[in-house]
Design a protein around this ligand. Structure first.
Ligand code: ZN
Length: 296
């Protein structure tokens, strides 16, 4: 038993449950980070995450030249119709419609909205959408008229939203439960929290080989469906598993094209049976296995 085994879990609070998984090398920072995991809830997290956010989440990062070379948020903001990200926006909105029935009078907050493109997409389709985030790319989005709240504005709100989305946010957080508690304060009772984050379950026995865990400067926490369910319950949500909803087809299409480093939809992708392909990918990677949170 090594020293880390005596620590208690920062997510489920179980005592003496932490094991050391190994080290991850960060190419951007050129340093090693130690990955720990709870044996009870399977929360995996970096022992020593970087917290110099202004240096990490800067213009380079949002333009695809920073710690995560697969993202280009500036391109998406400036060329939304041209970006493969539009498949993700489309899939999310389809899923929200399945979860809440219709957009009529529903207040939707996109938490950690970054470049605000999902907010803009929601508004263009008739939703009452607003974002929350701060940083260089968020300033760019606001200068284009996308409505985004800052931290101070958000702190004054309570019990306001029917829907909160958090798209690829949780893996960036050093304290996901406290962030979920903030989200719970903002959402109305019965409201729906829909989020995406990688599913660590298929990599349970080889976490260090998971590409999602290979950018430790920005991805600092990893979740299995059980981890997420535990975190949701601690924050006042009931985990709910809607299963594979049709909108996932386009979300998975986006993820595949992104990993293949396509910025624009290639010709071959227009003729692929994505509704079939996405089911196969999902069976392997478990994209849809995470629960949704219902505020209780
Ligand atoms: Zn735990």
């Amino acid at each position: 038993m090594n020293e880390s085994s005596f620590k208690s879990c920062p997510l489920c609070n179980e005592n003496n449950s932490i094991e050391c998984i190994g080290d991850i090398y960060g190419k951007w920072s050129r340093k090693y980070f130690t990955l720990l995991r709870c044996k009870v809830c399977f929360y995996a997290y970096l022992a020593d995450p970087l917290i110099c956010y202004n240096q990490i989440y800067n213009e380079d990062y949002y333009s695809g030249f920073g710690a995560d070379p697969l993202v280009n948020y500036l391109h998406e903001l400036e060329n939304p119709r041209d970006s493969v990200r539009r498949f993700e926006w489309d899939g999310i909105i389809k899923i929200l419609l399945d979860l809440v029935g219709s957009e009529n009078s529903k207040r939707w907050l996109d938490y950690g909205c970054g470049n605000g493109c999902l907010v803009r997409e929601g508004i263009s389709r008739g939703w009452n959408t607003i974002g929350y985030d701060e940083g260089w790319i968020t300033n760019m989005a606001q200068s284009r008229g996308i409505p985004i709240l800052n931290k101070n504005e958000l702190d004054n709100l309570e019990n306001q939203f029917d829907i909160i989305t958090a798209i690829e946010v949780f893996e960036h957080l050093v304290d996901p439960v406290s962030e979920l508690k903030k989200i719970r304060k903002l959402i109305k009772k019965g409201g729906v929290l829909f989020f995406t984050t990688g599913n660590a379950r298929p990599y349970h026995n080889n976490l260090l080989n998971w590409s999602y865990a290979s950018i430790p400067e920005v991805h600092v926490g990893f979740f299995e469906p059980k981890t997420i369910a535990t975190a949701l319950e601690k924050a006042g949500f009931k985990p709910y598993w809607p299963g594979y909803l049709p909108g996932y087809s386009n979300i998975i299409k986006f993820k595949i094209l992104k990993v293949m480093r396509y910025k624009h939809e290639p010709l071959w992708a227009k003729t692929m049976p994505w509704h079939v392909l996405s089911r196969l990918v999902d069976a392997y990677y478990g994209v849809t296995r995470h629960p949704v949170g219902i505020a209780i």
